[in-house]
Design a binder for this molecule. Structure first.
Ligand code: 5MM
Length: 340
C-alpha cells in the first residue's frame, strides 16, 4: 500500500526533528573534502556519509529525513548493507536530490536556472523503487543592485512547480527549495533587501505551485532565512527571527505542513539560534525546523578528517549539532548548552 504524501510530509517535520542535507553533488563534496585535504573517491564519500548515518542516537532522536545524492542512494555501507537501509533503520525517511544543478540562464547574465526536468518522471519512478519517499530541487536566486530580475524569479518558480507536480504524481513528497543567497556576490545587501526579494520569490513560487495543481499538504518548503548578506552582517539574531517569521507568514499558506530551513552559510551556532528564537517566540501555522547541510556537517567533517580512528569523535560532533538543532526545532536551545 503506498503511503500518503501528507503522512510522509508530517514525518519529515516531526516535532524536535529535522532533515540532514547530505546531497552534495560531486563538485560540492570535493570542495568540502579539499578543506580537510582528502581526495574525493567513491569510498571516501561512502565512509563519510556512513559515519553520519550510523550515529545512532542522533539519527534516531534528531533526524527525520536524509537528502541523498544519486550516487549515495545506490551505495552500500562497508558491511554491505545499503545506506538507504541504514537510514530507514534509524527511523528517518530517505530522500533524493533530483535537480541537475543551477546553470547559466540564457538572456539573464549573472542569473541561473535549475535544470533537470527532462526525464524526471522516469527518474522519480526509479528513485521510488530505491526507497526515496521525498525529493529536493533547489532554485537559486542572487541578490545584487540589479538582481534578481523578474524573468529569473518566474522561470525558477515554474521549474520548482513542475518538479513538485511530478514528485506528487510519483508518490514522492517534494521539498521545494527556492534559495535566496546570503553568500552570493557581492553579498553586501541589507536584511530589508533580503526580505523584499524573499517575499517576492515566495509569492511567485506559491502562485506557480497553485497553477501546477500541487497539493500544499503534501510538500515541505525549504527557504532561506531573512538575513543580511554574508559580507554585511549587522542584523541581530532577534531581528532575523522576527523578519523571517513575518515574511513567511505573509507568503506561505497554512496548508503547508512544514518549513525546513537551509543554513546558507550561517555559522553553525547562528543557524541554531535563529531557528530556536523563531520557535520560542512566535505562534505559527506550520512546523518550523531545519534541513541543514553545512550547519549540521561542518564540525563533524573537521573532526573526521578522513581517518577511521576519528569516526567516534566525528559522530560525537555530528550528534552535538543534531541535538542543538533538535532543541531549536522546539524553541528550547540555550547558548550555554553549546559549551556543555
Ligand atoms: C548539502 O548541500 C546541498 C547540495 O548542494 P549542491 O547541489 O550545490 O552540491 C544543498 O542543496 C543544500 O541542500 C541546501 O542548500 C542547504 O544546505 P546548507 O549548507 O545551505 O544548509
Amino acid at each position: 500500500m503506498s503511503e500518503r504524501l501528507e503522512d510522509i510530509a508530517a514525518a519529515m517535520v516531526t516535532p524536535g526533528q529535522g532533515i540532514l542535507a547530505a546531497d552534495e553533488s560531486s563538485g560540492t563534496i570535493k570542495k568540502r573534502f579539499d578543506t580537510i585535504g582528502l581526495e574525493s573517491t567513491d569510498e571516501n564519500r561512502r565512509d563519510y556519509r556512513e559515519m553520519m548515518f550510523r550515529a545512532e542516537t542522533a539519527m534516531k532522536d534528531c533526524i527525520s529525513g536524509v537528502i541523498l545524492f544519486d550516487e549515495t542512494i545506490r551505495q552500500k555501507a562497508a558491511d554491505g548493507t545499503p545506506l538507504v537501509d541504514v537510514i530507514k533503520a534509524s527511523g528517518a525517511v530517505p530522500g533524493i536530490k533530483v535537480d541537475g544543478g543551477a546553470k547559466a540562464l540564457a538572456g539573464f547574465d549573472g542569473e541561473t536556472i535549475t535544470e533537470g526536468l527532462d526525464g524526471l518522471r522516469d527518474r522519480l519512478t526509479e528513485y521510488y523503487g530505491l526507497g526515496a519517499r521525498f525529493a529536493k530541487w533547489r532554485g537559486v536566486i542572487s541578490i545584487s543592485n540589479d538582481l534578481p530580475r523578474w524573468g529569473a524569479v518566474k522561470q525558477n518558480a515554474q521549474a520548482l512547480a513542475r518538479y513538485a507536480a511530478l514528485c506528487q504524481e510519483a508518490g514522492i513528497v517534494p521539498i521545494v527549495e527556492p534559495e535566496v543567497l546570503m553568500d552570493g556576490k557581492p553579498g553586501d545587501h541589507s536584511i530589508d533587501r533580503c526580505y523584499e526579494v524573499t517575499e517576492w520569490v515566495l509569492k511567485t513560487v506559491f502562485a506557480e505551485l497553485y497553477d501546477a495543481r500541487v497539493s500544499l499538504e503534501g510538500m515541505v518548503l525549504k527557504p532561506n532565512m531573512v538575513i543580511d548578506g554574508k559580507n554585511a552582517r549587522r542584523a541581530s539574531r532577534e531581528e532575523i527571527a522576527e523578519k523571517t517569521v513575518r515574511c513567511l507568514k505573509s507568503t506561505v499558506p497554512a496548508a503547508v505542513p512544514g518549513i525546513a530551513f537551509l543554513s546558507g552559510g550561517q555559522s553553525d551556532e547562528e543557524a541554531t539560534a535563529h531557528l530556536s528564537l523563531m520557535n520560542a517566540g512566535f505562534d505559527m501555522p506550520w512546523a518550523l525546523t531545519f534541513s541543514y547541510g553545512r550547519a549540521l556537517q561542518a564540525a563533524a567533517l573537521k573532526a573526521w578528517g578522513g581517518k577511521k580512528e576519528n569516526v567516534a569523535a566525528a559522530q560525537k560532533a555530528f550528534a552535538h549539532r543534531a541535538k542543538m538543532n533538535s532543541l531549536a526545532a522546539t524553541g528550547q536551545w540555550k547558548q550555554d548548552l553549546e559549551a556543555a
